[in-house]
Every structure is written in structure tokens, then in C-alpha cells.
Design a protein around this ligand. Structure first.
Ligand code: PRX
Length: 632
């Protein structure tokens, strides 16, 4: 593994090389893969359109690199060790040979349903091995998967299916999440009432919940697998052919379909996995992220398989049957590398050490954190009680759009500081800009985080709307990719992510747009207007605070609140339900009609001492009323 960095000096050398000669650097890394045909040129780019192409004209299939190339020496090694929601149910292991067979067979199932290269397939599934099989089978035949998190509602699902015209949906009868069962197939049926593009639904039986099977449209996973062959050669893909679409929320409009392509994504996710986690051959690796999120794509499925790792895949939640579940799974499967979100750490921290103590966590070597800023207290708790002060913590900063980790310590190599993502990976050129677009050079500065040079796994477009991609990420600052995050570079030159500078919230690590939540609230006929802001929440990181104006009397607020929660659950999903709702007479607006969110954020944070200048408001008295009001 020539790509593996093992000392800090080597990191510095590699970083320098990657900046001075990016093309030579990435070509060297790309040599580690199986190509059907190598590239003619490494990189072509501009951030104006944007147009980003890596490894031009190379031909490959990512599944050959995830699976086939490991078969000769690791065919019998576990590829996926699946841990079910209920600890009394047996775990299942798929070796690389078995994964290969399942992926090939399911590829043939898809082909039989008429799925071809370039077609879009929606995956709406629980965390079961078949979900990974479905993703990989799409990639094997060149279909583009669009995984939708199985906590999203009917409406979110149908929006996503229609946006990219999926022809097939892969789902299950239901899913188990802690003590709950969710009837997934029912949600799919409701969604498909408005999705004429869908031809077939493939249904895996997981919960045994009875489902309605629509004649001519719906088929069962197992039956189809039994009738299909296990031989399927991989489709030849161009390096820039689409690998997947993943929808994510922004500050305006409907969620957009972030597009990732094949070769650059493969090269970068593998390289970052190897180096950030300092993966060693034979390590057991567990990333708790659901496949519905980008972490589940890059670091639950693709990168670890590219590296030939043994992956633990977990169906359940951290607190079921009790708050010791994560630690029991680590003990049971002798996990070496563990990667989770700060919100999980904070909730387990709150449950106390009695849930940690019974378990032997001696197998752990590296701990990771992702998805939102990790506060110092949680970092220290994780370090002391889970890592026993022996395991480096990698606080990895990245985004759906970046495809892979961009800023992070390399485990055991980079020095760490609580709540710091520390340093950029080789190939990543971060800059901090002030609001006027001036670069803040030197150290001890704080500004908007941008990246000034392409890296292989970056977003290529937003599906069906390239202009939206340009406007969202490349228009704010010329020739820069704008992340939407605020960031500090401290006196030592280390990076600390502060959080979003736009109207995007991170609630329990989930990314939600305030505009989407407002739309859902405004759907209640009695609601006149609403404004949603985030506020610090001890477990979720950010909580959701909604200010609502309505034409109801005070004694009807309780019923309206239920309606609002119901609407948000139906239109987005339970993860977007406001934690607090405050009914108000009016919202603070400027004369041009703009809601002054700054004031609402301060009130939501409970900091009303200095609300700044309110004289430009149409009606400053509403601020006093909001301040004196209460949320429920
Ligand atoms: O604000 C940053 C935060 O999560 C955002 C990206 O969210 P999403 O696309 O859902 O991807 C999450 C998984 C990669 C970023 O803009 N974020 C992510 N990782 C960190 C973080 N904030 C602070 N520290 C991190 N390590």
C-alpha cells in the first residue's frame, strides 16, 4: 500500500507534493486500482461553470475494486458482519466471496427488470446487508443509485423519486428501529401514487409485516434471487459516469441531488479512509452511519470495501435495548476502528458510565467523529472512557458534496486537540475568506471556509440543474468552492469548524434546511407564517425552534401544535420535528419584508440581553412580545 502515510513528516511531504503537482500526485494514488483502461489526462477543471473532470477517459467499474480484486487473497474473509437491531437475533457474516455472489445475482435481478446503464434506482431500505448489495449491484451494471434515508416521509420519498425519475425502487416490508417497527412498503406504496416513472418495486422481507404486492409492479427480493444466476461481469464505466445521487438540504428550495461520479470518488474515498483511520489489513471497522447519508455511502460501504476491510453494519440504534449497545457490539465483534457522530456520543455520555463499564473495549485502536462539531466535553469523554486515552480521535470534517473527508487528523500521526479537525488531507487546499471575499492569510483568523482547488471526490453537479450547483457552491466567491461553514485557523495553523453560516441546521448530525421545515409548518391551513432557527441543544447539537404566527386563539394552540408536528412528520420525517414552538403575534421584519433571523436566533438561544439594532424593524414591539413569550 504505497499510498499509506505513516509519519507526520511524510504527511507534510505528501501534502507539499499534492499541492505542487496535483496531477502527478493523484495519478500515483490511482495506480493502486484495477482499471479497464487508464486515463488520458488526470484533471480538467474550472470553478466558473463549474466543470470538473478527473482521470479523463479512464474506464473502470468500482465494484471490481470493491469486491473482485480482493477475491484471490481474501475471498473467505468477512466483508460485512451484520449486527441486527435485536441482540438476540443472530448476526450474519458475508465473506467477500459471498458478497460477490450476492451482488452479481442481484445485478441480474435488476437487469431482468430492464435496468440499464444510466438508469436511476431508488433504494429505501433498512440497514441490512442487502442494502449494500443493492447499492453495489447498481454500480456493477452502471445504474445510478439514489438512496433515500428510511426515516424520510412519503412526501420526501416521492419528491426524490420524481426529481431523478427513478424506474425501480428497492425496499423492504418494514424495518426495526429500537422498539419500533416502521412499515416501509406502505410508505413506498403511498409515495408511488404520485410517481409515474416507477416501473418496479423489489421488496425484501425483513419484519414479516404483511404487505400489498401490486401485480405486475412488485416482486420479492428472495424469489428473484433464487431465479437468477450468480454470474455478472461488470459494466465498463467512464471515470466521469455517474455513480450515485444523494439528496441533501440547503438554505433554499427543495433538497438537491448531489451527483458523484465514479473514478475520482473511488480514488479519494479509499485514500482518505486508509490514511485518516490508518487502516491495517485485517482490521474490523465499524461506521455507525446509515446508508441514507453520505457517511454511509463513503465510509460504511465504498471506502472500506475498496480497502478490503471487514465492515460491521448495524441495524439498530445506540440506546436499544439499552445505552450499552454500541459498546457491546464493539466487544462482540472486536472492533478496531469505530466511527460515529457526536450526537450519539453525547446521548451515551448522558446515560452514564454504568453502561460502558461492563464491556471490554480493548480491541479499539482508532476512534472517529463526524457530521457536526464535537464539543470539548464529549471529545474528552470519548477519549477517556471509550478510547481509555489510548486511541487517537479523528474529528473528520466533510460534507455530502465533498464525497470524502477533507480536514481531519491522521490517526496517531497528527496531533489532536478537542473539537479541532486539525489539518487538510493531501490534495485539499482550504482558504478562509471574509464576507467581502478577501482571503485571510496567516494564523489566528476566522472566516468562511472555501476550497480553492478541486479534489477527486468533489460534487460534479446537482442532478438536472447544473445552474443550481453553480449558484450554490461556486458563485459566492469567484473560483472557489464555498462550503457554507465558518471556520477558525488558530495560532498553530490548525482548523476548527465552527458551524454553518447559512440557514442549514445540523440536528443530531442530520442536515436540515430551515426553509424546508418552514414550508412544512406553513402547510397547516391555520398557520400564517413561520420562521425556524437552530439553538444549542445538549444532545442533538442543535435543536429546532419554530416561531409561528396563526389565526387561532390561545386556547387552540395545543391542538395546532400537534397539527404542526404531524405535518412536519408527514412532509419531511420525524427528524425535522421542532423541539420548541412559540406562537407569536408577528415576526420581526425589516421594511423590505425580510425576517430578522439574527434576533430570533438570539431569543431561541435564550440570550436576549443584546439584540442589536431593532430600529429598522417595521414593528419593534413584536420583539418585546416574543422575548416575553414562551415556547412549548
Ligand atoms: O457543517 C458541517 C457539518 O456537517 C455539514 C455537512 O453535512 P452533511 O452533508 O450531512 O455531511 C455530514 C457527514 C460528512 C458540514 O457543512 N460537519 C460535518 N463534519 C463535521 C462538521 N462540523 C464540524 N465538525 C465536523 N467534523
Amino acid at each position: 500500500m504505497t499510498a499509506r502515510i505513516s509519519t507526520f513528516e511524510q504527511y507534510q511531504e505528501e501534502y507539499k507534493k499534492s499541492i505542487e503537482d496535483p496531477e502527478g500526485f493523484w495519478a500515483g494514488i490511482a495506480e493502486n486500482f484495477t482499471w479497464k483502461k487508464k486515463w488520458d489526462k488526470v484533471l480538467e477543471w474550472n470553478f466558473k461553470e463549474p466543470n470538473i473532470k478527473w482521470f479523463l477517459n479512464a474506464k473502470l467499474n468500482i465494484t471490481e475494486n470493491c469486491i473482485d480484486r480482493h477475491l484471490a487473497h481474501k475471498g473467505h474473509q468477512p466483508a460485512i458482519v451484520w449486527e441486527p437491531n435485536d441482540p438476540s437475533e443472530k448476526s450474519i457474516t458475508l465473506t467477500y466471496n459471498q458478497l460477490h455472489e450476492q451482488v452479481c445475482t442481484f445485478s441480474n435481478v435488476l437487469k431482468k427488470q430492464g435496468v440499464k446503464k444510466g438508469d436511476r434506482v431508488c433504494i429505501y431500505m433498512p440497514m441490512v446487508p442487502e442494502a449494500a448489495v443493492a447499492m453495489l449491484a447498481c454500480a456493477r451494471i452502471g445504474a445510478v443509485h439514489s438512496v433515500v434515508f428510511a426515516g424520510f416521509s412519503t412526501q420526501s420519498l416521492s419528491d426524490r423519486i420524481n426529481d431523478c425519475n427513478c424506474e425501480v425502487v428497492i425496499t423492504s416490508d418494514g424495518l426495526f428501529r429500537g422498539a419500533k417497527t416502521v412499515e416501509l412498503k406502505k410508505i413506498v406504496d403511498e409515495a408511488l401514487a404520485v410517481c409515474p416513472c416507477v416501473r418496479n418495486v423489489i421488496v425484501l422481507k425483513r419484519t414479516g409485516t404483511p404487505v400489498e404486492m401490486k401485480e405486475g409492479r412488485d416482486i420479492y427480493w428472495t424469489e428473484e434471487m433464487q431465479n437468477s444466476s450468480g454470474d455478472c461481469s461488470s459494466e465498463e464505466m467512464d471515470s466521469e459516469d455517474m455513480l450515485y445521487i444523494l439528496y441533501t438540504s440547503g438554505s433554499t428550495g427543495k433538497p438537491k441531488g448531489v451527483v458523484h461520479t465514479t473514478a475520482g470518488y473511488m480514488v479519494y474515498t479509499w485514500y482518505s479512509f486508509l490514511n485518516v483511520f490508518q487502516y491495517n489489513d485485517g482490521d474490523v471497522y465499524w461506521c455507525t452511519a446509515d446508508i441514507g447519508w453520505v457517511t454511509g455511502h463513503s465510509y460504511t460501504v465504498y471506502a472500506p470495501l475498496l480497502a478490503g476491510a471487514t465492515i460491521v453494519m448495524f441495524e439498530g440504534i445506540p440506546v436499544y435495548p439499552d445505552a450499552g449497545r454500541f459498546w457491546s457490539v464493539i466487544e462482540k465483534h472486536e472492533v478496531n476502528i469505530f466511527y460515529t457522530a457526536p450526537t450519539a456520543i453525547r446521548s451515551l455520555m448522558a446515560s452514564g458510565l454504568d453502561f460502558v463499564k461492563p464491556y471490554d473495549l480493548g480491541s479499539l485502536r482508532v476512534l472517529g467523529s463526524v457530521g457536526e462539531p464535537i464539543n470539548e466535553e464529549a471529545w474528552i469523554w470519548y477519549n477517556e472512557n471509550i478510547g481509555k486515552n489510548q486511541c487517537p480521535i479523528v474529528d473528520t470534517w466533510w460534507q455530502t458534496e465533498t464525497g470524502g473527508i477533507l480536514i481531519s487528523p491522521l490517526a496517531g500521526i497528527t496531533e489532536t486537540k478537542p473539537s479541532y479537525a486539525m489539518l487538510p488531507l493531501p490534495g485539499v487546499q482550504p482558504v478562509l475568506l471574509d464576507s467581502t471575499g478577501h482571503e485571510l492569510t496567516g494564523n489566528a483568523v476566522e472566516g468562511n471556509l472555501c476550497i480553492k482547488f478541486p479534489w477527486p471526490s468533489m460534487i460534479r453537479t446537482t442532478y438536472g440543474d447544473h445552474e443550481r450547483c453553480r449558484q450554490t457552491y461556486f458563485d459566492t466567491y469567484p473560483n472557489m468552492y464555498f462550503t457554507g461553514d465558518g471556520c477558525r485557523r488558530d495560532a498553530d495553523g490548525d482548523y476548527r469548524i465552527i458551524g454553518r453560516v447559512d440557514d442549514v441546521l445540523k440536528v443530531s448530525g442530520h442536515r436540515l434546511g430551515t426553509a424546508d421545515i418552514e414550508d412544512a409548518i406553513n402547510h397547516c391551513p391555520e398557520v400564517v407564517e413561520s420562521a425556524v432557527v437552530g439553538y444549542p441543544h445538549p444532545v442533538k447539537g442543535q435543536g429546532i425552534y419554530a416561531f409561528v404566527t396563526c389565526d387561532k386563539a390561545e386556547h387552540e394552540y395545543a391542538a395546532l401544535k400537534q397539527d404542526i408536528l404531524h405535518n412536519v412528520t408527514n412532509l419531511i420525517g420525524p427528524i425535522a420535528k421542532p423541539d420548541k414552538i412559540q406562537f407569536v403575534r408577528g415576526l420581526p421584519k425589516t421594511r423590505s419584508g425580510k425576517i430578522m433571523r439574527r434576533i430570533l436566533r438570539k431569543i431561541a438561544e435564550g440570550d436576549t440581553s443584546n439584540l442589536g439594532d431593532t430600529t429598522t424593524l417595521i414593528d419593534p414591539t413584536v420583539v418585546e412580545e416574543i422575548k416575553n413569550g414562551v415556547a412549548s
